[in-house]
Design a protein around this ligand. Structure first.
Ligand SMILES: C[S@@+](CC[C@H](N)C(=O)[O-])C[C@H]1O[C@@H](n2cnc3c(N)ncnc32)[C@H](O)[C@@H]1O
Length: 272
């Protein structure tokens, strides 16, 4: 049944979003999702059905409740690719593209993406480093299921391994890449509501936020080839601490790489 005028529906939704300090541009994208059409097509559609209208209102309510936009629409763009996301995975961040771009520059043959989540790093590397062999691991079976679908969705081959850090990792790699959980446990409750809707396992970096860096740097050497390197995404204020850990475990040529906002974002280190 045709009931609602799309212009009116959009205008009503924009007002609600504005009142809740949410970008009003999301209204069109959410309506297009509710109607299952491309956003560009919306200008040619004057009315929406009762059902689509209700679905759309549900999306707007969820958004106002603080649910991330990407979880509602079910996807996120990353490295010019499209990734399925749901509540089992961290939503890929633009900052993480810095790690991927550096990894592409390093252009190694055998690569492990540890703590893969949605698979955004591993799948992007498989896409842009066609000749490399890419393995990806995560402790969470539900995250790995999403990552597997993302490899299929982007038509690349990635070998997925369910593993608590290095527990089930048997190979040696030329490069290990990781964006591990790195928020201090005590900081989690102060995060934005939207971020707190993401999996706690993807956020919690332990008491000092450094638990995973310590574990990964301590154990990675056994899984790196002689000339192997490691790339770790870090929080903007963790460069010093993570560099010190790399030094403690005797890595060589340790350096930091900045993101587009000029924050330290990646630690590069060689096995040596
Ligand atoms: C910060 S998210 C990163 C996800 C993805 N690589 C990205 O950049 O968007 C961290 C991931 O680490 C995984 N994880 C947490 N503890 C782990 C562990 N002990 N071993 C392996 N993966 C773990 C979580 O399930 C989550 O998917």
């Amino acid at each position: 049944m045709v009931i609602a005028n799309t212009k009116d529906v959009l205008s009503e939704a924009r007002k609600k979003l504005l009142k809740n300090k949410i970008d009003t541009k999301e209204a069109r994208l959410l309506l297009a999702r509710a109607m299952n059409v491309d956003v560009g097509e919306l200008v040619t559609i004057d009315y929406c059905s009762d059902y689509d209208y209700k679905v759309f209102l549900g999306y707007i309510e969820r958004r106002i409740e603080g649910e991330p936009f990407a979880y509602i629409v079910g996807y996120k763009e990353f490295m010019k690719l499209n990734f399925e996301v749901n509540k089992n995975v961290l939503i890929p961040r633009d900052d993480t593209e810095v790690v991927v771009l550096e990894a592409i520059k390093q252009c190694k043959e055998n690569i492990l993406d540890m703590c893969t989540g949605s698979g955004c790093i591993a799948v992007s590397l498989a896409k842009y480093l066609e000749k490399s062999v890419i393995d990806a691991s995560d402790i969470c079976a539900n995250a790995l299921a999403v990552a597997k679908r993302n490899a299929k969705r982007n038509k690349v081959k990635v070998n997925f391994i369910k593993s608590d850090l290095f527990e089930n990792i048997t190979k040696k790699y030329d490069m290990i890449v990781s964006n591990p959980p790195y928020i201090k446990t005590s900081d989690i409750e102060n995060l934005q509501k939207e971020v707190r809707m993401e999996p706690i396992k993807a956020l919690n970096g332990g008491e000092n936020g450094l638990y995973f860096y310590d574990e990964i740097l301590k154990n990675a050497k056994k899984h790196l080839t002689q000339k192997g390197i490691i790339l770790l995404e870090i929080g903007y204020d963790q460069a010093r601490d993570v560099s010190l850990l790399a030094k403690k475990y005797n890595y060589k040529k340790i350096r930091k790489i900045k993101d587009l906002s000029n924050n330290d974002r990646v630690i590069y280190a060689e096995r040596g």
